[in-house]
Structure formats: C-alpha cells, structure tokens
Design a protein around this ligand. Sequence first.
Ligand SMILES: [Zn+2]
Length: 314
Amino acid sequence: MTRFVPALLAILLIPLGALACGGEATPPVAEDAAATDAAPAEPAVSSDPEGADLNDPGAQRVEPFQIFDNLYYIGIQWVSCYLLVTTDGLILIDSLYGDHIDTAIDGIRAVGHDPADLKYVLVSHGHFDHVGGAARFQETYGARVGMTAADWELAEVPPENPDWEIDVPVHDMVIADGDTLELGDTELRFYVTPGHTEGVLSMEFPVRDDGEEHRAFLFGGVGLNFEGVHRTNLYLDSVARIRRLAAEEGNPIDVNLSNHASMGRIFERAEQLASRAEGDPHPFVDPEGYVAWLAELQRNAEEKLVVERELAGE
Ligand SMILES: [Zn+2]
C-alpha cells in the first residue's frame, strides 16, 4: 500500500504563512510543475569535489552492507546512499551521482534486491552528490523522486561549476514539512530543516534489529559549507528542532543515519556491527550518542555564527 499524506491536509486550520519551507502552499504532488514561489536558487556548494579520488568509482567503492533488517548502506566513501526495504517495494535515500550511480545499482542487486522494485527516491537536498542519480532511477525504474520545493529549484538551476552538472529528474513529488509517506509496512515522516541548503529534507522511519524496532533519523544537511548569518541561524534552528525531537519522552531518536558517512561514524559502527557477537547491543543504536552529536553540531554552528557576524559587520 502506498500513501503519501501531505501535512497540508492534516493541518488545514493553520494559516499557510505558518508553514515551514518558505511557506508556499505547493501541492504535495506536482507533476512536471515548477514550484512558483520557492526561495531563490543558489549555486551548488557541496563538499570538496576537487579531491583527487572523489569521482573515481574504484577508489570510492564500499562493499554494501546491511545495517538493520530493513536497511542497507549502498553508498560510497564520501556520500551515503541507503536502501530501505518495505513489504511493498524499495525506497532509496539519496542517489549518488555520475559513475557512482552504478555502484548503487550494483549494491541493490548485491544485497539481494531488484532495482526494478524501487518505488521512491527521497533526496535529502539539491546538491549534485545527493540528487545526481535521481533522474536515472526515475527513467530506468520508474521510481518517484521526492524533494522539498526549495531544493527542486536548487537542483533545476545549472550549477556554477560544470563538474556539478547532473541529469535533472522530472519535477515530481514536492515534500513539505510534516508530510508522511507510507509504503507497505513502513511509514516515513518528513521535516524541512534548512541551513545547509534552503530546503534540506530530514526524515525519520522505523528500522528493525531482529524484529526490534528503533527510531532512525536522517538529518539531510549536516555540512557547514554555506554562507551568511541568516542561513547559519536557520541551521541552528534546525539542529535545535531535531534535539527536541530526539528528546521526546519515551520515543528517543536512537539511530543516526548521516548522508555523508564520515559525518556520522557510519563506517566505524559498521565495523563494530560486523564483529557483533550474539546478544551484543547494536552499535548503531545509540540515543545518548545522538544527543551528543547534535550538541557538537550546535557548537560548530555557533562558532560559525560568530565568524559570519564578523564578516557581515554585525
Ligand atoms: Zn550538500
């Protein structure tokens, strides 16, 4: 069963101006229609693409691995890509780019699934390293691509650096704050958490460890490679919001899935997972670690805010 529930339907009584994500009342599913009122697009500023081996599929290859009963890592060294398995098809979270797209497709097969079963590609933000493969998954496998309105705009504008050019997916699903997506036995909930870009998409969903359910969260824009006091304040607001979610009474976020592996100890935990003995705790289940990680993101952004204020002459 597939059900995309836009938050707009659930909160019709709240004035549109109170909505997050630029406030525009974009239809949740807008086929081939550009968002009309999104934030101005901006050049794709992403992690250093000039590093010698970033674009080399051989150097970047990671053996795909299972993290939970329903979740696999099929990304590369510097960018994550997750495969979420439901009873009614597959969901890809981020889509890699360039030659690395083949790594993701090979990864889906290597973990025993068929890319033809892909139903959705959910893109954390509009930078090339996350959205670059979306068009191919859409064209080849008929997967629907979901992003926030602001980051559809970002992805659709040609980047300043030609190295960051991508095949732009057909404008498909516009995801807003509070939307949910149900596919088979799995429901995802979305949050718009701007800062790294204007329309960073974060998401939470259940993951299962031998049947035991945990609350996984993916903060869609961790990096501080952006500019300005306003954006830094947005980032800080987003981190503060996730900290509140993480601390929900009786329902803590206990699994941190980062969209760059190095920013969330993904490979370190994967090594521990590989040598986990029967009865050991799952190394990705770490609610205290998550709170500490968010506190660290906040400290880093507060330091950046000081610098940005100086640059702005404030
Ligand atoms: Zn980025």
